[in-house]
Design a protein around this ligand. Structure first.
Ligand code: ADP
Ligand code: MG
Length: 208
């Protein structure tokens, strides 16, 4: 088991959103969490990543509790997070965005090497390396957002609705890439409103 979530509860103010979530994720899994808009998918993933403090429950990563840890600490355990809405640094170039993803890596040669790996994986990002992120298409921004998360070579990646607002063809491309990332050995938790596609590529699913 790489991640275990036990009885997780979370609220916004007095409004309880998560009423005891339980998840079990094995190494190498591609787990989908599906559910309608407003069902608490983003809240679940944010609570796992430490962006929201749980009221109750535990998050266990490889037998260690990461409950109540801060995102910057959780990143060091080998967990990466791709937020909903393909948030990238709009005024920075593609390459600068990728460099930002490796902020904990001090050796510049390693950073360069990892950027090249991302360019091999997403060739379009290499082509656009010196362009500001704001000039990228939605699909390209999503690739950049995923690429940035991959810069720290995570063991587990949490993705929040990577297909949201993309054209069908681009969406398929992104789902193919998510499968490839998983095949390379990265465990994936994929939160999706697009249940049809998510259920197609996952090996296990939870419905909220
Ligand atoms: P999903 O990702 O499945 O669409 P969310 O986890 O974003 O759902 O939201 C779950 C519920 O929490 C929704 O009812 C939403 O309105 C509410 N919610 C989300 N974010 C906030 C917030 N920052 N403050 C108050 N309520 C929120
Ligand atoms: Mg959401």
């Amino acid at each position: 088991m790489i991640l275990k979530v036990e009885n997780l509860e979370a609220s916004y103010g007095y409004l309880k959103i998560l009423h005891g979530i339980n998840l079990e994720v094995k190494i190498g899994d591609l787990v989908a969490i599906v559910g309608p808009n407003g069902s608490g998918k983003s809240t679940t993933i944010k609570t796992i990543f430490g962006l929201i403090k749980p009221d109750n429950g535990r998050v266990i990563f490889k037998d260690k509790s990461i409950t109540n840890k801060k995102p910057y600490e959780i990143v060091r355990y080998g967990i990466a997070y791709v937020p909903q809405g393909r948030i990238v640094f709009q005024t920075m170039t593609v390459e600068e965005n990728l460099e930002m993803g490796a902020y904990t890596v001090k050796d510049n040669r390693i950073v360069k090497q990892r950027i090249n790996e991302i360019y091999n994986f997403f060739p379009i990002l290499k082509e656009k390396r010196h362009q500001r992120a704001t000039f990228l298409s939605g699909g390209q921004q999503q690739m950049l957002s995923i690429g940035r998360a991959l810069m720290l070579k995570p063991e587990l990646i949490l993705m929040d609705e990577p297909s949201l607002g993309l054209a069908p063809k681009t969406m398929l491309e992104i789902f193919e890439k998510i499968k490839d990332i998983n095949k390379k050995g990265v465990t994936v938790i994929l939160v999706e409103q697009n249940a049809h596609m998510a259920l197609k590529i996952c090996n296990k699913a939870y419905v909220l």
